[in-house]
Design a protein around this ligand. Structure first.
Ligand SMILES: NC(=O)c1ccc[n+]([C@@H]2O[C@H](COP(=O)([O-])OP(=O)(O)OC[C@H]3O[C@@H](n4cnc5c(N)ncnc54)[C@H](OP(=O)(O)O)[C@@H]3O)[C@@H](O)[C@H]2O)c1
Length: 258
């Protein structure tokens, strides 16, 4: 575990719901101080109240990650009022399935990039700057197995997650020598509000609390990639190593699309 019990805190974005909320509660249960960010102030306050009888504390820090100045101000506020950030879990994200054979509005593509990729960058850089001055810290970025390779209906979401995997691989080279760890989280399907409207079958759907525990354990172990459930995510990883003449027909057969 990181040293958050001794005067540091964990910052989680997208903490009002789903995976981020479950990770915040898992850390609060274990006695840590969490700065919890998302746009919905009410949901963050409810979350803080839910943790009030736990060993740790959750402090709401409302933030829209698409606002670069607000993200910088949030980091400054957390470090000044709560504690220095030892672990930043950059989890805020939106999932917008698209059908490029029927819809021609660029908005879901641009909004996905604005929240999932640009939003992560807005949070990552100010927190990295502070971690560099301390020569310690852990950056945890939420991607997805959708980032491994193209999948049906993922043309807006998938590229944002592929970009985050590449970002994490790149910063690992640059930040390791400065004492800052990087992790990328690539889950399969997790049972959250984001996936509940999916009309297709979701193999090996993971309950939110189980997903949170996998993430907490992976962070503790200092893993670069945290991926689960492995029987699903390793199969996808393998598929993406195949030549395209095999990849496309297998994915078509598996998903019944295309
Ligand atoms: N569920 C899955 O199967 C799955 C699989 C792989 C990866 N993931 C990734 O895991 C992360 C969490 O997803 P989830 O399934 O837990 O979804 P979720 O329940 O919809 O939660 C998304 C969180 O992001 C926040 N958020 C959205 N836009 C934001 C913005 N502009 N600024 C700040 N916060 C914002 C939301 O809060 P507000 O609306 O209050 O702002 C919410 O707290 C995402 O990055 C997602 O891509 C999920």
């Amino acid at each position: 575990m990181t040293d958050t019990k001794t005067g540091h805190c964990i910052w989680i974005t997208g903490a009002s719901s789903g995976i981020g909320k479950a990770v915040a509660l898992a850390y609060a249960q274990a006695g840590y101080t969490i700065a919890a960010s998302a746009r919905s102030q009410d949901a963050l306050e409810t979350l803080a109240a839910d943790a009030s009888d736990m060993a740790g504390t959750i402090v709401p820090v409302p933030l829209d990650v698409t606002d670069k100045d607000a993200a910088e101000a949030a980091v400054e506020q957390i470090e000044r009022i709560i504690a220095p950030i030892s672990t930043a879990i950059l989890n805020a994200g939106i999932y917008l399935p698209v059908d490029p054979s029927a819809e021609f509005d660029p908005a879901p593509y641009l909004n996905s990039m604005a929240v999932n990729y640009h939003g992560t960058i807005h949070c990552l850089l100010p927190v990295t700057q502070r971690m560099l001055s301390r020569r310690s810290g852990h950056l945890v970025i939420l991607s997805s197995v959708t980032g491994y390779g193209g999948l049906p209906t993922s043309a807006a979401y998938g590229p944002t997650k592929a970009a985050l995997i590449n970002l994490a691989e790149s910063i690992k080279f640059d930040l390791d020598p400065h004492g800052i760890r990087t992790s990328i989280v690539c889950p399969g399907f997790v049972d959250t509000p984001a996936t509940e409207s999916n009309a297709f079958p979701m193999p090996f759907l993971v309950p939110t609390a189980a997903a949170a525990q996998r993430i907490v354990d992976g962070i503790s172990a200092g893993k670069f990639e945290i991926t689960f459930p492995r029987r699903f995510t390793f199969a996808l990883k393998f598929l993406n190593m195949l030549p395209y003449r095999l990849y496309f027909p297998i994915v078509r057969r598996m998903t019944g699309r295309g």
